[in-house]
Each structure stands twice: as C-alpha cells, then as structure tokens.
Design a protein around this ligand. Structure first.
Ligand code: FE2
Ligand code: FE2
Length: 469
C-alpha cells in the first residue's frame, strides 16, 4: 500500500513540476495579440473620433474621424451641453472637410479611408459643449468637452511617453487609469512613438481602441517619435528613406503655425497662461531653432512646456542626442523654459540642469533650471545605463525608474506647477512642485520622499525573456 502511495505522490509532484514549467514556458512565449482579418478596417460608421487643438482652445475645437470611402461627406453637430437630453435642439451644424487617404500602396497601411475634419468656432470660453459626428444618417454618440478659459484658471493635463508596443494589450489600462486619476484633465500630451510602425493601420486602430471614447473627450497633443517615421515600400527601406506616418496629417487636425516643412509636427498653442510647444526631434533640428527662438521670445504666458521625442539627457546607454542638446538647450536656458517632456528611452528619468546660466538675467539657476523628463507608457521596457546622467557635467538626475508603465498629471495653478507621475496601477511614483519666483528662476520642491520605493528591473516582475526585448 505504501508503495502505491509513494508512486501516486511521485506522479503528482512530477505533474505539478511539469505544469509549472509549462506555465513558465507559456509566459516566456506570451504572443502578441492576433486580430481577425479586417479588424482595423473602417466602416460606414464614424470611428477614430479624436479631438485636437488647431486654433485658440478657448473659442475653437477641432474634431477628426474616419469612415470607409463610401461615406463622401462628414457633418459635425455641436450644442451647449445640458442635463436635459434634448440639449441638441440648440445645435449648430458644421460641414467637415472630407479627404481621401489612399494608402493602398503604403507598406503596412494597405488601406483607403475617408477622413473628416471639422473645427467648431466662436465657442464660449470655459464652457461645456456636446458634439457628435457622422454623415447625416450614421452618427457617433454625443461626446462632451470643455473649452479653455480666457483667463489663467487652474487646470491639469496628462503627459505620456511611448505607447508604441502592446498598445491595445497594455497601453489601454495605463491611459484609462490616467483618466481615473485626473478626470478633469483638459488634454493629453503624447511624447512620440505612439505606434511602433508609422503607417501600420492595425497599430493605429489599437491606439484608438485602447483610448476609446477618451480620444473624443480629451484633446490629444501628439508629437512624432522616430517610430512615426518609416519607409513607404521595400525599395525605400533599402535606401533608408522614411516618411512621417501616412495617417498623421489625416487623423490629427493640428495648428499650422510651425515651419513650412514641419507643419503639424512643430506647433504651439496657449492654454490658460501656459504655452505648449511641440518640436520635431526627428527632422531638421537646426532649422527649428529660429522658429523656437521666436515663439519663446514672443510669449506672454507665465508657464512654458515643450514636448518632443528624443531626450535632452538620456538615461540609457548609446542613446545620447548631442546635436539636439547643443542646439535647443541654450534656448531653453535663455528663455527659462519650465518643463521639457520627452520619451524614447523606455525608462523614466527626471532631473535638472542646475549649472545652466540664464543668459538674460545672468543668474546662476541652481534652483531654477528647466526640468527634463523622460517617461514611458506602453509595454516595452529598456534598462537604465549604469552611469546614468554622470556623463552630463551640467545636469543632475533626481528620480528614475525601470520596468514601469507611467502617466503624468501636471497641474498649473497661478505661480505653482504641480507635477505627479503615477504607475499604471495608480500609485504615486514621482512628484515635485515648481514655484515661480520672478527674476530668481523657479523654486523646485521635491516630493520624492512621499512616493513609493524606486522601481527597477531587479525589484519588479522579471521582464527579460518574457517577451521581445
Ligand atoms: Fe520608443
Ligand atoms: Fe523612440
């Protein structure tokens, strides 16, 4: 009898070991999501509905959406939002500009769609509106958004680094947690690499599906990353030729106030006493200098936030961006830019450049230098280099992370900018305040003591070998 029990025990133990190995093997393989054929194809119904700013956010609001090519016209309707369900009795109708996106010949896009774009105008500042889009017969649901105030009222916005990989699988929870943490946020800054393969229609459909109706409620402020530049065909690939994501100008209706060759990737807008600037760190870096100098010189706003993709100070080995630092950072110093929001490194770093001199006031900005952030929101994670920012003699790193999906909430209230970074599970990971002090530079109040333990590859769930790295 004992023998039978021993045999039985041995079989059970071996079975358990086998199952655990099988489980580990499954985790190691963890395949990418597979979508049914035509999953990302447009239909006669509006989809990819997205708000963007193209003019003054206090009186205008742009909306863009996609249909299949059988839908030849687009209509957008807007009304003052009201608790009564027939608020739409007071609606105003706009005819959209409808444009064919013929991407049949574009590698990984292989699709034709119609894009419809409308800009609501003469809106009342700081007012809640409801809108819907369609063709007169087929409609979206009613979405709501609030216009910016004309005056410097407090507001918040979200900022995220690279979504890029496992977008529907993993970026979805991150951006939805962002909305839960900051439901009153007024817009989302996307610091490049929104997708992995610039023209890939399925990946864009993942991005729109992951964000869902948030894209129709919270305007997006996108800046392109290196992954928004790819070849159109295999011949171009061999010649190392790349183009901005084919979908970009069709699906994002953005300000036209940038340099001619970089329209809708380089632009700015003002929001309640804050100037938000998008630069293109992929192309014509030198050519953007005079434009940036002018936009920073003629800036009546109290706060200035700049976003682009490649970090000024990189925390990852072999990813330094010297040209960009040499050409753009002197302007950030000269004009006392408050915050620079970037991505690309698939890690988190935040710090300042304390030895920078303010060339206007001559003050040593020991306490008041521009704050530089790198963050990541999607599922691909790199490793921080061992010497981190030590190679930069004029910069000091204050907070870092590996292997962690993050979103940031930035609140601007008068003389105070409150910055918070959160993990995908809503835990506060980094925090500081900037306080405006005239002719002295900003005071930075670090709140790192109030946040969770630093996260790295060594104290979090193993990442290597579990997916493509
Ligand atoms: Fe990236
Ligand atoms: Fe990148």
């Amino acid at each position: 009898m004992n023998f039978i029990i021993k045999i039985f025990y041995s079989v059970v133990v071996n079975l358990l070991i086998f199952l655990s190995l099988l489980n580990a093997q499954t985790n190691n393989q963890h395949p990418d999501l597979v979508f049914p054929k035509n999953w990302s194809n447009p239909t006669i119904l509006p989809d990819h509905v997205i708000l963007t700013f193209s003019e003054d956010p206090s009186t205008t609001q742009s909306v863009t959406w996609r249909t299949n090519t059988s839908v030849k016209k687009g209509i957008a309707e807007i009304a003052l939002a009201d608790g009564a369900p027939r608020f739409w009795r007071n609606l105003i109708q706009y005819t959209a500009v409808t444009t064919l996106m013929n991407a049949d010949e574009i590698l990984t896009a292989n699709i034709s769609s119609n894009y419809h774009s409308a800009t609501f105008k003469n809106l009342i500042p700081d007012t809640l509106y409801a809108y819907r889009v369609g063709d007169g017969e087929h409609w979206s649901e009613w979405f709501q958004f609030r216009t910016a105030a004309k005056i410097a009222k407090p507001f918040s916005f979200l900022y995220v680094g690279d979504a890029q990989n496992y977008i529907l699988e993993l970026w979805s929870r991150l951006i939805r947690q962002g909305y839960k943490t900051a439901p009153e946020a007024r817009f989302i800054v996307h610091a490049g690499d929104l997708v992995n393969n610039a023209h890939h229609e399925i990946q864009w459909h993942e991005w729109f599906t992951a964000g869902g109706w948030l894209h129709g409620m919270l305007p997006s402020v996108p800046t392109p990353g290196n992954h928004e530049y790819r070849n159109y065909n295999t011949e171009e690939e061999s010649k190392n030729i790349s183009h901005l994501s084919y979908q970009w100008p069709y699906q994002f209706t953005l300000p036209q106030n940038g340099p001619d060759l970089l329209k809708e990737t380089v632009y700015f807008f003002d929001y309640q006493n804050t100037r938000i600037i998008s630069l293109n760190s992929n192309r014509l870096i030198k050519e953007q200098v005079p434009w940036l100098d002018s936009v920073l010189s003629n800036n009546p706003n109290k706060w200035t936030v700049i976003t682009f993709h490649h970090p000024v100070f990189s925390g990852a080995k072999g990813r330094d961006n010297k040209e960009l630092r040499n050409l753009w950072k002197p302007l950030f110093d000269k004009h006392s830019v408050d915050l620079v929001l970037t991505g690309h490194d698939h890690t988190y770093t935040r710090g300042q450049s304390p030895k920078a001199k303010n060339t206007i006031t001559g003050l040593n900005k020991k306490d008041g230098a521009t704050v530089y952030v790198v963050s990541v929101s999607g599922g691909k994670m790199y490793t921080l280099s061992e010497d981190l920012w030590n190679e930069y003699t004029d910069a000091k790193l204050d907070r870092k992370a590996e292997n962690t999906q993050l979103f940031q909430v930035i609140n601007i209230d008068g003389d105070k900018l409150k910055y918070e970074a959160y993990t995908a599970t809503g835990q506060l990971y980094d925090a500081f305040d900037l306080i405006k002090r005239y002719n002295k530079g900003n005071q930075l109040i670090d709140k790192v003591k109030q946040v969770i333990t630093e996260r790295s590859h060594t104290n979090t769930i193993i990442y290597e070998n579990s997916k493509k790295y």
